[in-house]
Design a protein around this ligand. Structure first.
Ligand code: HEM
Length: 381
């Protein structure tokens, strides 16, 4: 996997740093400055695929297509301001004890060989989002089921009718449950994230019930697989770099800088799409209206103009201006949450597994701009 990222990352300084890739039907942009330009200039590079894509859009019921992440300013700005109130550092801080408790529970009985995805990578992000949304204990199992059906469909390009049907049912059931939760909170506020999302702004601005349901569904889609991949990639990097693991064991203060370098080195979201609203120009290339443009975060994070020895894993690298959480108006709302989840999980793994770590089993599936680790087992020697 480490090699795959290296081979896939292109040098944005080379002649083909911006190029049309026929099989993807898209312009792919690799350099750090160019990727930032695509992510910043919303007037030309839009997030609204349904409106601007010249090609037919599959998966029209994908929650990513209608929600916050598919809007452009100024509409995006209004919604982002309303939901952003629920993601303050203080709100995230309040979740940390529950995340630590979840990690402890998930690692109970773990011994010898350990299935990183099944035991930790998969359940931790779902349970964290459940905690964020205040899902009751008796609905946790339903929430996990909905989450699986929604993310496995929305995060893929499958046209399998059975998975589409399961997705639709899960989305409807989740919506119904969330409406119950909103009604309970309106009757008895608890001072949590849902209360914040339900409250009106002093100027009267408020999310509609439908926007709220869509936003909570989007959290599942955006916050699940990416965080799972970060956890897995962190384990992979540390297993492959025993020196970094030993330093971390000796000094836990190095954990955040290590997670940051994993984010740069193996970004969980390899690239993100925009669609040209009119004729566009980037690094001297002319791009037509309605074209898909892939901002290759994976390559930007290894741009030698920005990162010294970009193909080396250097925990604590300073500065570390990676673009793994995006850039500009759509910058990841869950970035701090994901960082904390990874840091808490790493600390717990350091406690439970003596160095060095060895990866005993690994199975991967590939996507055009990212990599899915389907199976990973970690063994203590
Ligand atoms: C947006 C990455 C975890 C919620 C984004 C974007 C990226 C990203 C690259 C910007 C996409 C674009 O500009 O097109 C990641 C990574 C994560 C992670 C790598 C984990 C390591 C989370 C979590 C949550 C979350 C845990 C919430 C529970 C969101 C939301 C947006 C977003 C709501 C849309 C923001 C907007 O459009 O204004 N994420 N994300 N993400 N992320 Fe994350």
């Amino acid at each position: 996997i480490l090699d795959w990222y290296r081979e896939t990352a292109r040098d944005g300084t080379a002649g083909d740093g911006v190029r049309f890739v026929e099989p993807l039907g898209a312009w792919v942009v690799h350099g750090h400055a160019e990727v930032r330009q695509v992510l910043t200039d919303h007037s030309v590079f839009s997030s609204d695929e349904l409106r601007y894509s010249a090609r037919p859009v599959p998966h029209r019921d994908n929650p990513l297509l209608g929600g916050l992440s598919a809007m452009d300013p100024p509409r995006h700005h209004v919604l982002r301001r309303l939901v952003g109130r629920a993601f303050t550092p203080r709100a995230i801080q309040a979740l940390l004890p529950s995340i630590a408790g979840t990690v402890r529970t998930l690692l109970t009985d773990v011994d010898g060989e350990f299935d990183v995805i099944g035991r930790l990578g998969h359940p931790l992000p779902v349970r964290t989002i459940a905690a964020l949304l205040g899902v009751r204990a008796d609905r946790q199992a339903d929430f996990v089921r909905w989450s699986e059906a929604i993310t496995s469909f929305a995060g893929s390009f499958t046209e399998d009718p059975a998975r589409r049907a399961a997705f639709r049912t899960a989305r409807a059931e989740l919506g119904e449950y969330l409406r119950e939760v909103f009604a309970e909170h309106r009757a008895r506020p608890r001072g949590d994230v849902i209360d914040t999302l339900l409250a009106a702004e002093p100027d009267g601005g408020r999310l509609s019930e439908e926007e709220l349901v869509d936003f909570c569904t989007l959290l599942l889609v955006n916050g699940h697989e990416s965080t799972r991949t970060l956890l897995v990639n962190t384990v992979l990097c540390l297993a492959a770099h025993p020196g970094a693991l030993a330093r971390l064991r000796a000094d836990r203060a190095l954990v955040p800088g290590t997670v940051e370098e994993v984010l740069r080195f193996l970004p969980p979201v390899g690239g993100t799409d925009r669609f040209t609203t009119g004729p566009a120009g980037i690094a001297g290339h002319a791009i037509d209206t309605g074209r898909r443009v892939v901002a290759m975060v994976l390559s930007a994070n290894r741009d030698p103009r920005v990162f010294a020895e970009p193909h080396e894993f250097r925990p604590g690298r300073t500065p570390n201006e990676h673009l793994s959480f995006g850039h500009g108006a759509h910058f990841c709302l869950g970035a701090h949450l994901a960082r904390h989840e990874a840091a808490i999980a790493v600390r717990a793994l350091l406690d439970r597994f003596p160095a060095p770590w060895s990866v005993s089993r690994i199975m991967t599936g590939r996507t055009p701009v990212g990599i899915d680790v389907l199976d990973l087992a970690l063994a203590a020697p």
